[in-house]
Design a protein around this ligand. Sequence first.
Ligand SMILES: [Ca+2]
Ligand SMILES: [Ca+2]
Length: 293
Amino acid sequence: MVVTDKFNRVSFWAGTGKRYYMKKGFVTKVKALILALTIFSCSFVCNPKEVKAATNLNLNQVYNFSVTYGSPQTFTFQTPATGYIRVEVTVTDVKDGQGKTAYGNLIDCQASVDNKSILYTLIGRNSGTKASTNYAFAPGKTGTINVSADVSVPWTYYYQIKIVNETPENFEAEDNNTADTANKIKTKKVYNGILNEKNEDADWYVFKAPKTGNYRFFFQNMDDARTGDFFYVQGYKKKNKVDSRIPYTSVHAGKGWCKSKKIRLKKGKKYYIRISDSLYDSNAYQIKVKKVK
Ligand SMILES: [Ca+2]
Ligand SMILES: [Ca+2]
């Protein structure tokens, strides 16, 4: 936009985001406008990646795209209100410069949420579907997927993207990484959660005893036993006071429900559980609490 300021200078915005100034006597507004348009159009030609808006993808929808060498593609998505996500990518076909099916070269696919990498893989015609592991994030975070063909051949790679959103019942609500943001749990319900990559996630839960009595907490590692995965649980009498009745204990895949000792609580007393430190990435788990004799 061309304007004249109090110093009698003509200025205009260019596509580069800069404001350019000129003396009014030097150039007319019309000339400034022509120059602005020239620089703006040049910015399109010179920096196509900067001005091309990324395509936003919906969850649980299959998208078909194609990519060629020298034209990397960027997509965005938003993390869901509940449940967990994973990104799935499949190369469905590859054509060479003559339009014949080609094999051998791979495309590069990277996905991240909030600058945390969740997928980095090379995919070809025979790779099948490559998927990230499952991740639980706070709602409304922006995810990014970058796809590129890095080998300098005139091939076209056809591929599919699906961002899967699974929504188990009573699923944890991130961010619950501190006692202050603990998720509330009650008896007679099973709660589901996922620990993202090791040392990057902790899930806090708080239980408020509805009656004075004994309670027992149960934890289950939902990963396949063959993964050898485990995570840790720790009980807290208060937000910052660990309880030796539920010491820092590992919960292993394939072991079913692991139960705590009896915890005696007065009516209205809060008790905290911290689930953390999964050995590998994306450890799914369940937690429940029962009143016992
Ligand atoms: Ca979590
Ligand atoms: Ca968490």
